[in-house]
Design a protein around this ligand. Structure first.
Ligand code: IFM
Length: 477
């Protein structure tokens, strides 16, 4: 698209935003904060993982990340310049409870109090995630252990008591699907376990932790609303064959349904007979656990990045987030999407599947689905800094990111418009992943998702053209 067409499209989108719809940006603590050894912060599973040879593509750690811990006021000023309404960030569990239990650490509390002060002064609402992957390493066996769910419930209670009057929206857990699949089944994320289907207790314990956290936040009397965030990937079979269809349905269960059904419907889905034994960790869950997991929610957070195409037969070790030897041992594989352009990560750019994700949520959960927030939408591209020929100012012309964001917002608005497949969804916001280029997990610093470019040598921030796009959208509502 040409710049004028982009502006016209942005004006059109701005005019179609429902009343009260919020625009925002999202980040997570481990990916931006740095300062991993300050203020008595404990070690997380990700700190440990990044020191293991070969785990992170560029061999990096998040010890400095974007240096947000020191530059937080500058980052809030950047958000203020964007004209956004909402900032989704995460609390670092090991910064607040170094051992995953006990009293909250003063240095951590002070940092988040200062962040909330800055956000209040900038008129930006807070959406705070309690767990965005940085499990305290002191919690033995991480989410394999049921005890971690109990510790997480206690953490939520302490946080609710401390910050309950200051947070607009609480998210318990971010993407339990990614944590389970990448972290415990395939080993591409921390803690690097490769248990395949034996990873499922980690899913159940996260869901239990979510339910306990909702109860704890409410018991602490928090003023804000409470929800969970998952990443929904619509799944398609690679062909019309029965085997492809069966494995696609299996992958939909693994990635989407086993996380949303118990939270929204009160029980795990019914598993096809041939696969049922693989899911015994879930089917044997007690009714008491399921009742805790199914706490009524104020909102559902949807992260959307791409659809998944599944084919029968083992087909190599590729996952969207890195290579996994464990993946190669499965009787199915993730197939390509040659018909779509790709992001820097190689992920298919398929905005229509955001519409599919919303339609699936609407048809599966109907009136049991609370209002939906788009809590992460974004893409990495190989952004290059160019010097403006007139005044030498650094510029990053990330038109691909603007087109990605605009086409996804468009798809979401179309899918939820009157008469459309997801019309029953009360869509409340669109949060861009991410405010800043940051530490992209196993890909280290090789994938840039930010609206703002970060120089990882001197931590200079440079807003990209996509920042101006979001500001334009916000101003023209
Ligand atoms: O960077 C991650 C984020 O932490 C969780 N959702 C997906 C993003 C891109 O991979």
């Amino acid at each position: 698209m040409k710049p004028e067409e982009r502006r016209e499209f942005a004006r059109d989108l701005a005019g179609r935003l429902p009343g009260g719809f919020e625009l925002g940006v999202a980040t997570s603590a481990f990916q931006i904060e740095g300062a991993t050894h300050e203020g008595g912060r404990g070690e997380s599973v990700w700190d440990a993982f990044t020191t293991q040879p070969g785990r992170i593509l560029d061999g990096s750690t998040a010890d400095r990340a974007t240096d947000h811990f020191s530059r937080m006021p500058e980052d809030v000023a950047l958000m203020h310049d964007l004209g956004i309404d909402s900032y989704r960030f995460s609390f670092s569990w090991p910064r607040l409870q170094a051992e995953g239990r006990g009293a909250l650490r003063t240095a951590g509390v002070d940092f988040y109090e200062r962040l909330l002060d800055q956000l209040d002064a900038a008129g930006i609402a807070s959406m705070a995630t309690l767990f965005h992957w940085d499990t305290p390493n002191a919690l033995e066996r991480g989410w394999f252990a049921r005890d971690t769910a109990l510790r997480f419930g206690d953490f939520a209670h302490a946080m609710g008591e401390r910050f309950g009057d200051r947070i607009g929206r609480w998210v318990t857990i971010n993407e339990p699907a990614t944590v389970t699949l990448n972290g415990y089944a395939l080993g591409v994320h921390a803690p690097g376990a490769t248990r395949l289907f034996n990873a499922l207790p980690a899913a159940h314990h996260q869901l239990l932790g979510h339910g306990l956290a909702v109860q704890a936040l409410r018991a602490a009397g928090v003023a804000g609303s409470v929800g969970i965030v998952n990443v929904h990937s619509p799944v398609e079979p690679a062909s019309g064959s029965e085997a492809d269809a069966a494995f696609a349905a299996l992958f939909d269960l693994l990635h989407n349904r086993i996380f949303a059904d118990p939270v929204l419907l009160g029980g795990y889905p019914t598993f096809p007979e041939e696969f049922a034994p693989l899911f015994s960790a879930l089917t044997e869950a007690s009714p008491a656990d399921l009742a805790v997991i199914a706490q009524p929610l104020d909102f559902w957070g949807l992260n959307y990045y791409m659809p998944t195409r599944v084919a029968a037969g083992s087909g190599g070790s590729a996952t969207p987030d890195g290579t996994s030897a464990a993946m190669a041992s499965l009787p199915f594989h993730l197939a390509d999407w040659p018909e779509f352009p790709r992001t820097g990560f190689g992920w298919p750019i398929a905005p229509e599947f955001l519409g599919t994700a919303l339609a699936e949520l609407a048809s599966r959960y109907g009136s049991l689905l609370p209002p939906v927030h788009l809590t992460e939408i974004g893409a990495s591209f190989a952004d290059a800094i160019e010097l403006d020929p007139d005044d030498g100012t650094p510029r990053i012309h990330d038109g691909s990111r603007i087109d990605f964001l605009a086409s996804h917002l468009d798809a979401a608005l179309r899918a939820t418009a009157p008469g459309a497949a997801a019309a029953s969804i009360d869509l409340r916001s669109f949060h861009v992943w991410s405010l800043l280029d940051n530490f992209e997990w196993a890909a280290g610093y090789t994938q840039r998702f930010g609206l703002v470019h970060v120089d990882f040598d001197d931590f200079t921030r440079t807003p990209k053209d996509s920042s101006a796009w979001l500001r334009y959208l916000a101003e023209n509502r």
